[in-house]
Ligand binder design. Sequence first.
Ligand SMILES: [Zn+2]
Length: 338
Amino acid sequence: MNLTEIQNKYNTQEKCLSLLEEIRWNGLVICPYCDSEHTRITESERGRHSCKSCNKSFTVFIDTIFEDTHLPLPKWFMAISLALNSKMGISAKALQRHLGLTYKTAYYTLMRIRIGMLMPNTELNGIIEMDESYFGGKPRKEGSPLPKNRPSISTNFTKRGRGTSKISVAGMVERGGAVKTKVLEKLTKRNLLAMLRNYATSDESLLMTDSFPSYKAMDSYIERLEVNHSKQFSKGMVHINTIEGFWSYVKNGIRGNYRAISPKYLPLYLVQYEYLYSTRNDKGNQFKSYLKNALSTDKQLEHWKAESPAEVKQIAYPKKTYKRIFKNFKNERRKSNT
Ligand SMILES: [Zn+2]
């Protein structure tokens, strides 16, 4: 849906609220605290329900990217629409100008929208290309003065390519399908293989890589073909042009919209490009399928408030145990509040 359609259709808090309730609950309201179906609507506040089993009250926002937000929902919907339709990414500054928000609100809203783009259960099949890329801007000469505020992603004094001290990111793409990336501390065989096992089904798939030695380890798990870049860039269907195209899409997007981003938040920017790329061919209502993904209950956390790079990474690459960890975390927080 484009911005005008969103504006016409979801111009009041009520209309937005009932869409969110429809997508999350589809007519059957379930208590987020005890999973009970015995709930009723309360009179005290629009959209508030209370549970007859545990007596707690809740809204559709709980445990989602909309939790504790002060931004009216119609503005949220427009922000989401802009983020989905800006295929190269949208900056907080641009969102601030479009919607008349403060910079801080625009920044945090975009961070939350990125969390809503997480697709934890991606599964890749068929022909899969795997490759790594290095993020950190152009290499600078040693001894050249550092910018004053250093945390930007473009302040590395290193060489290009493998062996650099830039941030290494591994990526896998299904030809004609979805893409999955992961920031890796070290590009080891073990890390790459773990990533492959996580996201690719091996039975009916064929892996394409270049001749980087670490990929040899993949042969134990999946059938693999490699192209030797020192000789040629493709051998018929054996190439990794798709994943290389994705890397340049991401890097152009970052360069054009964000200039430099904090390495800490790189995983969440990657999530955004992954989502925009993976849903590029989706027919049907992209706005609603975004909301559906964002409201699914297996990826909530104190997300955008993450303190450390490790936390951001844990959000962006949730493990299978993640849901359980989060539940414990929430329960503890609730206990300490009462
Ligand atoms: Zn309950």
